[in-house]
Write a protein that binds this ligand. Structure first.
Ligand code: NAP
Length: 338
């Protein structure tokens, strides 16, 4: 089979399409013929050498795929063969074939294309955990979604709209029109100006009940300031560090140095909460993930979850796909097709 290999840390030229042996499904696994694989920000950071959770290189990245079950391992009902599925994969998804435990797959809803199917797991599970499970977002509360035009951002917007929250989102100005059409109440430019005074003005100086912040460093300090009483801040990434080579290392160090510390007594006295989420550290909590997936699939059937695929790149154009995300060109999901 062909697979996308990150051969070592570096710029996009370290990405190669190589031939690897076909995987064989083990006990409790199915073999999926991949139709589309999600490309995530984590894959970019891993290539840059800034993603500690990644496998040792050379490696095949890929946290999610959609495709057709081609074979079933021992202990798996043969009726799975031929079914269209979506799967969470602990790496290896950016390949023509992958063996996945049955516990990590679900049937692809018929109304989704394979490309849309591959846009579901990482973005929507992350957004669900941030907004619903940990963020406890309620109707009529206000939420600030940073990088609202990204994959997780758009997923969060779908969920926040369904809850009935007032939505604020930061994004590059070129993405504002799209976001408003998707239902974002207030789009804020955060690259050409200081976004905090704008948000405070929009909220009558009260701030918001929930902020989700994947930027890291000094952004977490600002986001904390944006909280209204009983407000919660969910942190889940460090996009500000993204860059290849020494520049990335320096940016990561700067972000770490600027990371604020939150004292429990201050949180108590200000009626605020801070929490973190790393979906990649949830592999031992399969039951929770399955239950969130059930809610997301319900949302697809009811029509309030609408995965948006910006572009599908063939495997051979993997360098263009990485560059596209690094240049912030994507609105929503980028997928790879074999
Ligand atoms: N902890 C978890 O479990 C988890 C799970 C999924 C994702 N994440 C994190 O969440 C963040 C967003 O992921 P995503 O899948 O939504 O990514 P995405 O679809 O690629 O979108 C990311 C958006 O972030 C903005 N951005 C900010 N700094 C950037 C930079 N240095 N380079 C490129 N874009 C930058 C861009 O929007 P603008 O043009 O508006 O600036 C971009 O569109 C990443 O930090 C990722 O690692 C964490």
């Amino acid at each position: 089979m062909r697979a996308i290999v990150t051969t070592r840390n570096g710029d996009v030229d370290v990405l190669k399409v190589e031939t690897r042996p076909d995987p064989v499904p083990g006990k409790g696994e199915v073999l999926v013929r991949v139709k589309a694989a999600g490309l995530n920000f984590a894959d970019i950071l891993a290539r840059q050498g800034l993603y500690p959770d990644g496998p040792p290189k050379p490696c095949v990245m890929g946290y999610e795929v959609s495709g057709i079950v081609e074979a079933a391992g021992d202990g798996v009902d043969r009726s799975w063969s031929g079914q269209s599925v979506v799967a969470l994969t602990r790496f290896g998804g950016q390949a023509e074939l992958i063996a996945v435990p049955l516990t990590q797959i679900f049937e692809k809803p018929e109304q989704l294309t394979f490309e849309q199917g591959a846009a579901i797991p990482v973005n929507y599970l992350t957004a669900w955990a941030l907004l619903v499970t940990m963020g406890g977002l309620k109707k009529d509360e206000a939420v600030l979604i940073h990088n609202a035009g990204g994959g997780v951002g758009l997923a969060a917007l779908d969920i926040a709209k369904h809850i009935g929250a007032m939505t604020y989102g930061t994004a590059s100005v070129s993405k504002h029109e799209f976001l408003k059409a998707r239902g974002l109440d207030h789009a804020i430019d955060y690259r050409g100006q200081d976004w905090l005074p704008v948000l405070m003005q929009l909220t009558g100086n009260r701030g918001v009940e929930l902020v989700i912040d994947p930027l890291g460093g000094s952004s977490w300090k600002q986001s904390y300031r944006a909280l209204r009483t009983t407000g919660r801040m969910g942190v889940f990434g460090m996009s500000t560090a993204s860059a290849s080579g020494i520049r990335g290392k320096l940016r990561a160090l700067k972000a770490l140095a600027q990371t604020p510390r939150f004292h429990p007594l201050a949180l108590m006295n200000r009626n605020r909460g801070v929490f973190g989420l790393n979906l990649g550290h949830m592999w031992d909590e399969g039951e929770k993930v399955v239950s969130w997936t059930g809610e997301i699939v319900r949302g697809i059937h009811e029509g309030w979850i609408k995965p948006h695929v910006d572009r599908a790149f063939p495997f051979d154009q993997i360098t263009d796909a990485h560059r596209y995300i690094e240049a912030r060109k994507n609105i929503g999901k980028v997928v790879l097709v074999p």
